[in-house]
Design a protein around this ligand. Structure first.
Ligand SMILES: [Zn+2]
Length: 119
């Protein structure tokens, strides 16, 4: 098996509806996003998935989030780290060839992250 990884990041604001602490208040983070792709078969030039293509796809999703108020993006739902990682996964998961999106890891700040993957 092969596994490759790319990363990106974005800055945005959110507030967690229903949270019984300070996260219910408007605040912001830098979110780091890591994308993991796995697969067994390479294409005829020995590539699992093209880094540039993957980065372009990820950046299109990141553009929708960067410097935004995430609560305004209805598709995310309550903008928890969990829901953001699932949103990115769902928008990225159709990959060419035999590449499979393994997981999306989203860091909320530098101390904690959440991964979304399909079992
Ligand atoms: Zn937060």
């Amino acid at each position: 098996m092969y596994r490759l990884r790319i990363e990106s990041d974005f800055d945005a604001a959110h507030k967690l509806v229903g949270h019984e602490g300070k996260c219910a208040e408007l605040h912001g983070h830098t979110w780091k996003v890591e994308v993991f792709v796995v697969g067994q078969k390479l294409n005829d030039i020995g590539v699992l998935v093209d880094f540039n293509m993957l980065e372009e796809r990820l950046n299109k999703i990141i553009e929708r989030l960067d410097h935004k108020f995430l609560n305004d993006i209805k598709e995310i739902g309550n903008p928890t780290c969990e829901n953001i990682s699932k949103y990115i996964f769902e928008n990225l998961k159709d990959l060419p060839n035999n590449a499979k999106l393994e997981k999306v890891r989203v860091w909320e700040g530098e101390k904690g992250w959440c991964e979304y993957y399909e079992a």
